[in-house]
Design a protein around this ligand. Structure first.
Ligand SMILES: *Cc1c(COP(=O)(O)O)cnc(C)c1O
Length: 385
């Protein structure tokens, strides 16, 4: 096996886990569109028995994502939620989880509406000061689930500080690294045990695949997660694995442009008279800017804004009047999107809970794409007039 650690990020994004096809020399990993593999005699398969367990296209992608996170092992799932579901299945009834109070809506929904029914208890804590976590640790605590930057208020959580608390108390630290992507942040290097991605977002990058991934360097955790993947069956198909292998090859180039465009737009909106508040971790006055600077390579293309004095009607008017940005859920693709969290991505969170962390009715979230930034600025200008 190639030692990917000696190569740079861009080289790994293009090559890690991938060898020319042994039969033909095809440079792109073939789409192994098969459900099973022929055996010469019973039980003598070539490492591939049945495609729920393993598929060569998926294995190439798993190795590539692992290399980008500096991890030993990678696993891909049929969605980001499928990946999170597998992490929750490491737990038993009676176990407790400490997580943030600003989470992706689907994560909150899965914790409170699915796994709470299986006897697992979740504490939603302000993790922007990691020491708050300590107040919720007891003998049943098993997992810290951190999302950073958070969706949509761009809180920054100190991964190294969480990892220190997890180590001290023998807990697993899992980090949802979707917003940063492996290009901007590598939580395992800061002491996390598991990193989760909604591959649907930056890793895939082209808004054409739903997929999730987990990486870890802990063999015991990997074995358990693989057992869950194979037993419960949230495996992605080979065609989707191929599309992500293709998308990921430009991750570093795309991310540089997302960051460049994101900065220009954040700076433009910061002083805009129609904007009451802007959330972007690149501003020196962001409450955890110093931590963001320490743990991220750059600040990304996700920005949230609160429209000054806008009621729901005016917020909807603005959200619907873009010409280059598209009004849609999701993020991380090459095209710019605008989203209204209160009625779209975060609609499953009770109003009081979301408003407590700032997800108000006049908040809009931008996923800045990689179009020409002048066109994006012009579009914002006309929509906000
Ligand atoms: C989208 C998203 C998820 C869920 O991933 P899916 O691929 O949509 O299942 C989880 N966490 C974050 C931060 C996300 O943005």
């Amino acid at each position: 096996m190639t030692d990917n650690s000696k190569f740079g990020f861009g080289t790994n994004a293009i090559h890690a886990g991938q060898e020319p096809d042994p039969t033909t020399g095809a440079i792109m990993t073939p789409i192994y569109q098969t459900s099973t593999y022929v055996q010469e005699s019973p039980g003598t398969n070539k490492g591939y028995g049945y495609a729920r367990g393993k598929n060569p296209t998926r294995v190439a992608l798993e190795k590539c994502i692992a290399a980008l996170e500096g991890a030993e092992f990678g696993l891909c799932f049929s969605s980001g939620m499928g990946a999170m579901d597998a992490v929750c299945k490491l737990l038993r009834p009676g176990d407790e989880v400490i997580t943030g109070d600003d989470l992706y809506g689907g994560s909150y929904r899965m914790f409170t509406k699915i796994f709470a029914n299986y006897g697992i208890k979740f504490h939603f804590v302000n993790m922007t000061d990691a020491s708050n976590i300590k107040n919720f640790i007891n003998k049943n605590t098993k997992l810290i689930w951190a999302e950073t930057p958070t969706n949509p208020t761009m809180q920054i959580i100190d991964i190294a500080a969480c990892a220190a608390i997890a180590k001290e108390n023998n807990l697993i630290l899992a980090v949802d690294n979707t917003f940063a992507s492996p290009y901007l942040q590598n939580p395992l290097k800061l002491g996390a045990d598991i990193v989760m991605h909604s591959v649907t977002k930056y890793l895939g990058g082209h808004s054409d695949v739903v997929m999730g991934a987990l990486v870890t360097s802990n063999k015991e955790i990997y074995d358990q997660l693989y057992f869950i993947l194979n037993s419960c069956g949230a495996n992605p198909g080979p065609m989707d694995s191929f599309l992500v292998l293709r998308g990921i090859k430009t991750l570093h180039v795309r991310m540089d442009r997302h960051c460049f465009n994101g900065r220009k737009i954040a700076e433009y909106l910061k002083t805009h008279p129609k904007i009451e508040k802007i959330y972007w971790p690149g501003f020196p006055d962001h409450p955890n800017h110093e931590i963001a600077k320490k743990q991220m390579k750059d600040f990304g293309g996700m920005i949230s804004i609160v429209l000054k004095g806008a009621d729901l009607k005016e917020t909807f008017r603005v959200a619907s009047s873009f010409k280059v940005f598209s009004l849609a859920e999701s993020l991380g693709g090459v095209e710019s999107l605008i989203n209204h969290p209160a009625t779209m991505t975060h609609a499953s969170i009770p109003k009081e809970d979301r408003e407590r962390v700032g997800v108000v009715d006049n908040l809009l979230r931008l996923s800045v794409g990689i179009e020409n930034v002048e066109d994006l600025l012009e579009d914002l200008k006309q929509a906000l007039k």
